[in-house]
Design a protein around this ligand. Structure first.
Ligand SMILES: [Zn+2]
Length: 171
């Protein structure tokens, strides 16, 4: 996603040592991600930055929720999201590493933008399947799904029959 100016940290003016930053991600952020499944959300981001002469070590922490549709009943739900990501920036002209956690930045740079890494942190901690907590799915959909299951008894996959035959032969 595109860099957002509010996630820029001007580090050149900071003393060596630990610095803390807080961001709030609101619905505008989730729209800006361009991810269709994100219908909004709210999360707080905490960034701890350790600055030394050639390294910026950042620890990004996210805690909040994303509004999405439930994979089971398709009704709106809040997917909790919580986790950390470490990202190290090295002030170096050489791009000597292929380590994802370590990125080289221009030694003349005086600021870093964290939008990309914040987005990465969220994507990393988002479960593949998002469903309501047990018992909270749309009851009408639950009833409809149960009916569908009753009326469509699953027919055995014909490939299993072939496999079973093979198994019996070798046994
Ligand atoms: Zn649901």
């Amino acid at each position: 996603m595109e860099a957002l100016s509010e996630h820029t940290i001007a580090f050149s003016g900071l003393k060596d040592g630990t610095h803390e930053f807080d961001f709030v991600l609101g619905p505008a952020f989730f729209t800006a991600t361009g991810v269709e499944e994100f219908l909004g959300g709210e999360a707080s981001m905490h960034v701890r930055l350790e600055k030394s002469s050639h390294l910026l070590v950042t620890l990004i922490h996210v805690d909040g929720h994303i509004n999405m549709l439930c994979d089971h009943c398709n009704a709106p739900m809040e997917q909790p999201i919580k986790g950390d990501q470490r990202q190290i920036f090295k002030l170096s002209a050489e791009n000597e590493t292929d380590d994802d956690e370590l990125v080289s930045i221009d030694p003349g740079a005086h600021e870093i933008n964290l939008t990309h890494y914040i987005f990465e942190c969220i994507s990393l901690h988002l479960p593949i399947r998002h469903v309501h907590a047990p018992g909270l799915c749309d009851p009408e959909v639950e009833v409809a799904l149960e009916k569908v299951q009753i009326h469509h008894e699953p027919t055995p996959d014909p490939r299993w029959a072939v496999l079973n035959k093979l198994r019996n032969k070798t046994a």
